[in-house]
Design a protein around this ligand. Structure first.
Ligand code: A3P
Length: 334
């Protein structure tokens, strides 16, 4: 079973030449990369076309230096606030459905975040992922092109969501994490930054396209999903997930209603009402703690209507249309 990386490993800088070299590179990048307005901290840094904060930039260098992927790895990739928590729960419970009974499940007492570790939460020294059982599950918000070449052989499940809902969800989420040394980020400021692409792990559109293009090149390696289709037809998506992860739902399981059990277990209503997801924090790396309840807000399609003016909606839809043009990827409309 996948578990979270250890957060207590101490930084040992003396005798690891490779790590010291990596730290020098990190320092140099922070001094030289183009900067943009941060949502959590003051700055984001544009690294190979994508905006990362200081911590995520370091994690990316760590992944490139130390992470050894295996062809059997399955990686959940997403732009933040696109349904990662939901997919973590779904992938974990689908893959481990022989292991836990639905009446006494791991997810009843553990947060979905604990099921699949984020690559951007790695720290030094890197957790020994070789002890994880096969297939190993990982999650990442890094764009496809920011991942090491060795990961081309892994399978990816990518989930995307209407950018208007992503923006609203992200603004709520990040407002709580924003440094207290900075003035609050207004929704109008967040909107402007988002449209300019300046957003942790963004630009949103290039992020989606990085996985979409990879999915066209290797359809058997990348399962491209949408939050909206998952809301509308969860049973179709769970069957797709099970097939993709190499563990198709059997006739017997169909008869026993296993698909429905997985959907109910991982539903917004169920997960958000569990005591374990109402209190306490999830830890990401050594520096980031997030209140567990922060991962569950409304879980709806179209909450953007409560925040965006007609003009704002048209601007985001226009950017989506322009960016996706010619890609074969259709936009987001209800
Ligand atoms: P809202 O803020 O719009 O409610 P992520 O997991 O990528 O951080 O995304 C968080 C978004 O997914 C939030 O959206 C959250 O409420 C929603 N979400 C979390 N768990 C969910 C679930 N089981 N089903 C549907 N949506 C879920």
């Amino acid at each position: 079973m996948s578990t979270f990386p250890s957060f207590n490993g101490s930084e040992c800088e003396e005798d690891d030449v490779e790590y010291n070299k990596m730290c020098d590179k990190h320092k140099h990048l922070l001094e030289t990369l183009p900067k943009g307005g941060g949502w959590m901290e003051q700055h984001l840094y544009n690294y190979n076309g994508f905006w990362l904060n200081e911590m995520f930039l370091k994690a990316n260098l760590l992944v490139h230096t130390y992470f050894k992927s295996e062809p059997t790895d399955i990686v959940l990739a997403s732009f933040m606030k696109s349904g990662t928590t939901w997919l973590k729960a779904l992938m974990f419970s689908t893959l481990n459905r022989d292991r836990y009974s639905f009446s006494n499940h791991y997810l009843h007492n553990n947060s979905p975040q604990s099921t699949i570790p984020f690559l951007e939460a790695v720290s030094y020294p890197m957790t020994d992922f070789t002890t994880f059982s096969t297939p190993r599950l990982f999650a990442t918000h890094f764009a496809r092109t920011l991942l090491p070449a060795c990961m081309t052989s892994c399978k990816f499940v990518y989930v995307c969501r209407d950018p208007k809902d992503v923006l609203v969800s992200k603004w709520h989420f990040i407002s709580k994490l924003r440094s207290k040394d900075l003035p609050p980020l207004s929704f109008d400021e967040a909107f402007e930054l988002f449209c300019l692409g300046v957003s942790e792990f963004g630009p949103f559109w290039e992020h989606v396209l990085s996985y979409w293009r990879a999915s066209l090149e290797s359809p058997d390696k990348i399962l491209f999903l949408r939050y909206e289709e998952l809301k509308k037809q969860p049973e179709v998506v769970v069957r797709k997930l099970a097939d993709f992860m190499g563990k198709p739902i059997t006739m017997e399981e169909e008869k026993n209603g296993v698909v429905g059990e997985i959907i109910n277990l991982c539903s917004f209503e169920n997960l958000s009402n569990l005591e374990v997801n109402k209190k306490g924090v999830d830890k990401f790396g050594k520096l980031l703690e997030v209140e567990k309840k922060g991962f569950f807000r409304k879980g709806e399609i179209g909450d953007w209507k409560n925040y965006l003016s007609e003009e704002m909606k048209d601007r985001i839809d226009g950017i989506t249309e322009q960016k996706f043009q010619g890609s074969g990827l259709i936009g987001f409309s209800e």
